[in-house]
Ligand binder design. Structure first.
Ligand SMILES: Nc1ncnc2c1ncn2[C@@H]1O[C@H](COP(=O)(O)OP(=O)(O)OP(=O)(O)O)[C@@H](O)[C@H]1O
Ligand SMILES: [Mg+2]
Length: 235
């Protein structure tokens, strides 16, 4: 479904991604792991077709993303690490994606309320979204993705601001998306969470994908010394 070949991304002199080759299959959950600054968010922005200013080739279902990013954006949604709320209520924020896709009012109301209830934030429905706490914003951002019925869901550290109860809810959401056959790509600094949720892991260090493999294999028998150090917590 997703094929990245020889991707390079630079910010001035800084090489943020170096020759990234990665394939993501339909229906799998892939965890992207790595230290802060390794290039995870940079990579996710490219995968979600929000950033097409890179070297190399990215094919999404055979479409050359550089040539038609708009088409690909309709199939992928990304939940940001520090989500920005639009002006208006929580309801309006969550409804937005459905509205621009042309859904009727009745369906939007039903779907948004269902997702807010599922995520335990129905009580925030009519609040000003810009005034929410960090954890509340994070759950609203997850709701914005969850109301959409699309192919790929990307979560950049979706539980970093959440307490244990809400971590469970968001992890349940990812499992439910997988059960529905959706493709999920996420980053986390919580290695146990990666083990709980992902089918495969990609370990990235200094912009390079060091190792990709089935989750348990990577954790129990990493092939690369750098992966070994990371998964065993050595510095
Ligand atoms: N817009 C930008 N301009 C300049 N440098 C950038 C920009 N975005 C990212 N970088 C740099 O690229 C590198 C990778 O950043 P990125 O945000 O992808 O890291 P990350 O793995 O997501 O880290 P974290 O775990 O802290 O979120 C970092 O060194 C960062 O400073
Ligand atoms: Mg990041």
């Amino acid at each position: 479904m997703i094929v990245l070949k020889g991707i390079f991304k630079t910010f001035g002199d800084k090489v943020a991604l170096k020759d990234v080759n990665l394939t993501v299959n339909k229906g799998e959950a892939l965890a992207i792991l790595g230290y802060s600054g390794a290039g995870k968010t940079t990579l996710l922005k490219i995968i979600s077709a929000l950033d097409v200013d890179f070297e190399g080739t990215y094919l999404f279902k055979g479409i050359d993303v550089k040539k038609d990013p708009e088409k690909v954006r309709k199939c992928i949604t990304m939940v940001f690490q520090n989500p920005v709320m639009f002006k208006g209520t929580v309801f309006e924020n969550v409804a937005y994606g459905l509205k621009v896709r042309g859904y009727c009012k009745g369906y939007i109301k039903e779907k948004v309320d269902e997702v807010l209830e599922y995520l335990g934030i129905l009580d925030l429905r009519d609040k000003n979204a810009k005034r929410l706490s960090g954890g509340e914003k994070q759950r609203v951002a997850v709701a914005r993705a969850l109301v959409l019925d699309i192919d790929v869901y990307i979560f950049d550290e979706p539980t970093s601001n959440l307490d244990i109860e809400n971590i469970k809810v968001v992890e349940g959401t990812i499992k439910e998306l997988k059960r529905k056959g959706k493709t999920v790509i996420f980053t986390t600094h919580d290695l146990l969470q990666a083990r709980r949720l992902s089918d495969r892991v990609a370990y990235i260090e200094r912009g390079e994908i060091v190792e990709v493999g089935e989750t348990e294999r990577v954790f129990k028998d990493p092939k690369d010394e750098r992966t070994y150090r990371f998964v065993s917590g050595m510095f």
